[in-house]
Design a protein around this ligand. Sequence first.
Ligand code: ATP
Ligand code: MG
Length: 399
Amino acid sequence: MNYEQLPLFKLAKEIMEKIEAFGGEAFIVGGCVRDLMLQQQVGDIDIATSLLPEEVMDVFDKVIPVGVEHGTVIVRHQSQSFEVTTYRMEEDYKDYRHPERVYFVSSIEKDLSRRDFTMNAMAMSVSGEIIDPFEGRQAIKKKQIQTVGDASDRFEEDPLRIMRALRFSAQLDFSIDPDIYTVIGEKKGLLAFISVERIAEEWIKLMTSSSYMEGWKNIKNTEVYRYLPVFRDSFALMEAAPERRLTDWAEVISFYHLKQREISVKEWVGAWKLSNRIQKKAEHLAETYELFENKETAQYVVYRLGGEQLKSFQNLTQGLGTELPFDLFEVYNELPIRMKSELEIETREILDVFPERRKGKWIGEYIHALEKSVVQGFCANQRYELIEWVKEWDRLNQN
Ligand code: ATP
Ligand code: MG
């Protein structure tokens, strides 16, 4: 391993050197060592140390004490954040929820032994040496997910690991060791003890991974879906997977809603405890899809969709296996207007055409009709034409 070629690792190394100069030990650990070996993009770098959090805070100037009781602080270095955590193990988990208490231990090997999977239980020293007591490298070579120690015990300790195993199968395109597969089948019921939010975090990572199909098949075959919100009441939802990868919550929720429309977006969002923002976007995508189904013109569909949602709508339609007979981006680029405010006419000018009429709901309806007409190219976006069009529209409406 050559630190020089990897800027983020080089910064981490500087932190580790400082810890060592202080008399402590430090290793890069966990997911980033795995991702480095897989030559995948490394998100953030975690460091494990023999120093206590108080000592780490003494060594560095810029430290954020995010979880001192669990041994974790964030060290800021060159505008980057590094999680530095004291070697620790976890005491018995109560109620499958959270460990009662963590306690600090003296060796990196002990710290690695509490980690979930062998590929996640490796450490790298300042000199680039890999500490790999559980043969994580071997597992990576075989592209296999294996638990550190007895799978049954480890899933019982923390059933979230079941979801993590499935999620990693999708993210890394790894297979799950056959014995572990069986254990997941046996222990999946323990997921009932895990909060929806934590399950949701893993599930969305799975669904939006490049190898989401691998994860989806694993969820289906292990029948873990029986413990997922919404799916647990509608097994039929597992009959079909998205045909292409979806990329965010709104796409995933609108996809499933359109697959089974009795289940509203709101219901999905409630069951998975998602945000209003996700609900709004999912509803918008689903409503736009329905406009398309109802044979509205490409221009109008794309106009209603809006420029920011083009990519998501494309993902959704591809996920559903629907072929759009037009190119969303091309149609959008050629729209005469992109929003109502671009109409070359003011509400006042419409009112002036009908001086005898009182203000009312009709104005909104007229503007909407105008908008639609301009978008579809039936009327040019010019004041005179727009006024003529309003008069004509009115004549038709009166009959
Ligand atoms: P990513 O950040 O890409 O999701 P990661 O492997 O870094 O993957 P994190 O959730 O960031 O996953 O956790 C960092 C490390 O902490 C893991 O690599 C693993 O060693 C350990 N770990 C995380 N969650 C658990 C858990 N539930 N049980 C045991 N060890 C865990
Ligand atoms: Mg991580």
